[in-house]
Design a protein around this ligand. Structure first.
Ligand code: DAH
Length: 333
């Protein structure tokens, strides 16, 4: 019988079940043998009993082995798992290029002593426009097409991070040295170059004796940290309601290839931010004595700088969250 148990071929679950019924089921063929022990002469009883037990144990062993094999468990023993084996690697995510550039900008200004000040994206008209020297009938409101929320009336999705200037200046006393990163919204047609949502970083420095030269040097230092020591920058006169005088800062991108011609519109220069001396009227509106204090401010788009840095030619790629695009950037460590 033991020989039969050992040599039975069991290749599938049906064969295993037949085996179980024959050797281990309630009417198995070993049972009558156990019962017949009383007919065995005394001197052979012991040996007979051992053989019957061996048959039972063997049948159980074969059954367990085959059951494991059929269920895909190939381990022959019950040894514990090898804990020294390296773990299977998990897929690691990557940082979004907008986050990478935003953090880099924050890092550069933090090293110069600026503190991060974040504030709300749903803003009231006063902080977004009026306090920034842009009253209701001011034509500059047309520069930024605004999304208004249904209620409360007059509340809107902030069109720029300049609103944080008003939030900070009305609640703190100079010296103020802050940088405000965040998302902004404008009712613009989505295209390769513009989007209805994007990110800005606002910079504000208010203290006694802050000058245009301080601004120029700070912003040039920033450009060097971002684009390398050799970067060439220029300030171009411009207009913003909340700064006087106002300027835009350009970095020289060059005209080396067709791409450079296209994105600089043939000039070689790329604008990266608006800036200027905080208009005394803004300081006064926010409760800061403009005869004692002066300041500079600037606001820059983050997507634009990410596009320059990583040579991305369509802003929409930054909002689609396509993993094939995103995994090209530095991975999370
Ligand atoms: N808020 C302006 C915009 O979104 C950018 C800007 C320009 C911010 C000049 C400033 C500034 O702080 O001084 O177009």
């Amino acid at each position: 019988m033991i020989a039969e148990i050992e040599t039975t071929e069991i290749s599938d679950a049906a064969a295993l079940e037949t085996f179980r019924i024959r050797f281990l089921g309630s009417k198995n063929i070993i049972k009558p043998l156990s019962a017949s022990i009383r007919d065995v002469p005394n001197e052979q009883k012991r040996e007979f009993g051992l053989l019957v037990n061996e048959a039972k144990t063997k049948a159980e062993e074969v059954f367990n082995q085959v059951q494991n094999r059929l269920s895909g468990d190939t381990s022959e023993s019950t040894d514990s798992p090898d804990l020294s084996l390296p773990a299977s690697p998990l897929p690691v995510g990557s940082r979004h290029p907008v986050s990478l550039v935003m953090e880099e900008i924050i890092d550069v200004f933090s090293r110069m002593g600026f503190e991060v000040a974040e504030d709300r994206e749903i803003e009231d008209d006063w902080h977004n426009f009026t306090a920034m020297n842009t009253p209701e009938d001011h034509p500059a409101r047309d520069m930024q097409d605004t999304y208004y929320v249904a209620s409360p009336p007059g509340w809107l999705l902030r069109t720029h991070t300049s609103s944080v200037q008003a939030r900070v200046m009305t609640t703190r006393k100079p010296p103020i040295r802050i940088i405000a990163p965040g998302r902004v919204y404008r009712n613009e047609t989505v295209s390769a170059r513009s989007h209805c949502q994007f990110h800005q970083v606002e910079v504000l420095y208010v203290d006694e004796g802050v000058s245009f030269a301080d601004m120029k040097q700070t912003l040039h230092h920033f450009a060097q940290a971002m684009y390398g020591k050799e970067v060439v920058t220029r300030l171009r006169p411009s207009y913003f309601p909340f700064t006087e005088p106002s300027a835009e800062m350009d970095v020289y991108y060059g005209l080396a290839d067709e791409h450079a011609h296209r994105i600089t519109k043939g000039t070689g220069w790329l604008e990266i931010m608006g800036c200027g001396m905080v208009d005394p009227a803004v300081l006064e509106t926010c409760g800061i004595d403009s005869t004692k204090y002066s300041g500079f401010a600037c606001g820059m788009g983050i997507e634009r700088q990410a596009m320059i840095k990583y040579r991305i030619n369509d802003i929409r790629l930054l909002f689609e969250n396509d993993a094939r695009f995103l995994k090209q950037f530095a991975s999370v460590v």
